[in-house]
Design a protein around this ligand. Sequence first.
Ligand code: FES
Length: 104
Amino acid sequence: MEAFQPAFKLADLPTGAMRAVTLGGREVVVCHTREGVFALDNICTHAEARLCEGRLRATRLVCPLHGASFDVRDGRVLGPPATVSQPTHPVRIVDGTVEVALRR
Ligand code: FES
């Protein structure tokens, strides 16, 4: 795992919203839920869609292209057609800044 990298201020991302960032050349989507802040790879494991363009409902993230859904807390598939979990990355909040540590 790589070191934590600053992404943006948590105050800029309301609860229920998500935002894409590129860290170390990798696209990540950061989701602010009532249960916390979670980061996943932004490109869907099913095809080439960007999850940040989908919908976030509580902790369920729905892909905009074919409608697969993932649990943002651990990346597991909640609904088809995806069959492969979405990779997740550890998140921490330091002095109000969201930091993400990319998994390899
Ligand atoms: S690209 Fe995400 S469900 Fe097909």
